[in-house]
Design a protein around this ligand. Sequence first.
Ligand code: GLY
Length: 362
Amino acid sequence: MSKKEQIRLTVSADKVSVPIYVGNNIYSYVKTIVSLKEYSKVGVLMDKNVAYHWGESIRKVLGKNAVYIIVPAGEENKTLTAAGNILASMLKHGFDRKSLLINFGGGMICDLGGFAASTYMRGITFVNVPTTLLAQTDAAIGGKTGVDFNGFKNMVGSFAHPKAIICDSLLLSTLPEREFRSGFAEVIKHALVADKKLFYTLAKENFGAMDEDKLAEILLQSCSIKCSVVSKDANERGLRKILNFGHTIGHAIEMLSHDTKKPLLHGEAISIGMIAEARLSLLSGLISKEDFKKIEDIIAKADLPSRISKSYKSKIYAKMMGDKKNERSVIKWVLLKGIGKAVIDEEQSEKLINKAIEYILI
Ligand code: GLY
């Protein structure tokens, strides 16, 4: 495997140019891809699970001069307190403006580490080495960093791009099946909002038994969609909003689930959110019954959830009202106009929204 970049995220307006390397057993290239000797200090941020599986291997690559910062796993730990602990650790170890932070983990680590790096001394360089399918296809790319705050998802954060992104399929080999599956929600989302052809390719796939080459090909296509959208609208003034499909209801459900004994993974909540928002698209006459059925079928085929307990019913709407995507207290929806096509900034009546929510309750 050569260490050639496969895709590049370029945002000309912001002078952003991020190489993305995709391959198998390439995480160790981090040493050369970013030329570590240029940095005064190198930190590696991992959660406990990643440290358990990969800590020793990454220590062999980076040696004992790197600083290893280990944080508790789970989205519920993506907090300002956790970010503060990382900043304190960097300060304690003498990180300066010429230091580097490597975020080695899932979406939570990329968001949290990116936020800490982008605020430490007003911003130091960071690299993302995403270790979950979800982070490789979505969270690690595009410069959104942040933490959850006061019960709201990604409420405090910044736009800051990593210097490079290394997507290594080998790192997916230690992922629990549930985590792995959850990543397909964002791949399906990319297809639904921007790529009809990818949707029909996915619809034929056996998600549970995809060979490595097929997975790499799909990952590459999914990352390319993300790059193409972000390159045109990095700061989410317009087009990038399509990537929030499923996330208005999905984020509300995800955050509410953190207060229960059965917290949902991000991809699981987004999968239920996509069903509800596809239902809203159907109720608004934007998509046909046939397309809606195809969306339900692909979610079922990927073994992702599509329903949530009716105990959530009264809470979802209130939670959505606090979403940062709203403008002047009005929810702005991303809806589908067909498979592979999305519309943004749609307003909907409370009656129709509740009907769509009703659909996902059991
Ligand atoms: N995950 C959606 C975005 O990056 O815009």
